[in-house]
Design a binder for this molecule. Sequence first.
Ligand code: SF4
Ligand code: SF4
Length: 100
Amino acid sequence: MNSSEVFLQKIAGSDATARAGDIDRLHELCICNSCLTYNECMREKGELLFCIRGRSPSCTFEKKGCTCPTCPVTKLAGLSRTYFCIRGSKQEQRSTAQGL
Ligand code: SF4
Ligand code: SF4
């Protein structure tokens, strides 16, 4: 299990209150709203933390770059991918690759 999977499993395995606190803290660290790809649709819906919450459910995008590699959550969670808002969380990307 890599560091990203350990991190995500720790969040998933904690009780609901601790999990909500962890998610809130990560939400505050997310820098998506400074990214050129982040658009009005996402801003209106307050969507952030796509790497954990998953891809945007209803907004459409034009790729204009991704600031995820410079986000503190990338380091904390051991992430290596980009464009989570479009491609989905690591689990979503894995499920898509496996045809689930
Ligand atoms: S890695 Fe990307 S999606 Fe995840 S919190 Fe950071 S900026 Fe947001
Ligand atoms: S996931 Fe990446 S591309 Fe999408 S809004 Fe966040 S920083 Fe920008």
